[in-house]
Design a protein. Sequence first.
Length: 454
Amino acid sequence: MATTRPVTVEVLTAAEAEGRQARAAGALLAAGLGEGDRVAFCLPSSAALLCAVLGALRVGIVPVLLNATLLDAERDVLVADADPGLVVTTAEGLARLDRGPEAALGDHPRARPVHYTSGTTGRSKGVWSGLWDPATAVAALADEVDQWGVGPGDVHLVCSPLYHSVSVRMAGATLLSGGTCIVLSSFDATTAGRVLDGAAGVRPTTIFLAPSALARLLADPEPGPGRFAHLRLLVHAGSPCPPALKRAALDLVPDGALWEFYGSTEGQFTVCGPEEWRARPGTVGRARPGRALTVDPDGTVWCRPPPFGAFTYWRDPDKTAAAWRDGAFTVGDLGRLDDAGYLYLDGRRDDLVITGGVNVYPAEVEAVLAEVPGVLEVAVCGVPDERWGQRVCAAVVLAPGAEAAATVAAASAHARRRLAGYKRPKQVAVVGALPRTATGKVRRLDVPALIGPG
């Protein structure tokens, strides 16, 4: 039976981080790595890992961040693809980097870490920025700092894993601006809640959460007094946020604090402030500064990024060519822009359910089912059907205390009220958890197996 590691909590100041980054960079240089070389990490989140990643980037060595829960065979495939000069997979190996000779660090990261895409279909792909020139490096850091108004007074709670690209971006921006980070080794709603209550000795001012983590944090029946009062920024992204969850969060956090963005491993598309969402429920916002959005007639969303947003898929020119067109890239998401430039997502082309020759977008059905009391999480997929080709089905995770039969009945009744017949789930199955990728996205190809025969 698998054991669960206890969640560790580390407080990391900018001053402490500077020395640890310099030592990690020195150790990597002493090991023979140089500009443009790669070092692969496959470890749980920690202050040491964050410092090693930032230290490497500030001397032009590119970290490859892999999911710490990968089986050895899964990890070895990605390591072979990344072709790093060094692989660090143990706490002892990471500790050796923490004891290296101090190296002179640049003021700015020289690249993005390589993160592998979720691989919901086909082979996972490494996203490679190459090395930046000094001006591009300055612009890349400023993009994050300016967007979130990060400063030396900020305390950022890192509870999303460091193999998720947003974690390094927001934590790095905080430390390099003179702020402090609190690093959780993994997300646990109880631990995160207690840290927000001040258990680490300092209270966070900023936090990033995926909607699923946000839902679990808000489900705590006994939050500490003023748990969210010190937050000036709570950012969510990574999957659609159910409107009911969004409204619950808006009611709990200070005015102006709840923001979201739409992005991917490949790049950032939009940001959306709370008042923008209140005025246009369901939007993911407008183009982030320095970007331009367009939508094809078929609904495919394209983003023209600033120079630091350019990327290739590592050693995969065909997939790179398919992702780019005239200076803009797409990850296959479908959406629409209103007259004011606000983007609304309809789903991913890979997610389409085609039933009786009609397209159904899972995101639309999921948004409806997420409104049902007792539904904590939901994933909609297509299951093979002899008559229709596919039938729409749903897997739901129950909220604490919810009763399965009553929730399934309520979900079916709600779908009848809100959705046309061809969009309604023909089967709703209660599951313990949804299968997720390394970056927290639902692995839709694995959902039908959870649902089983109709």
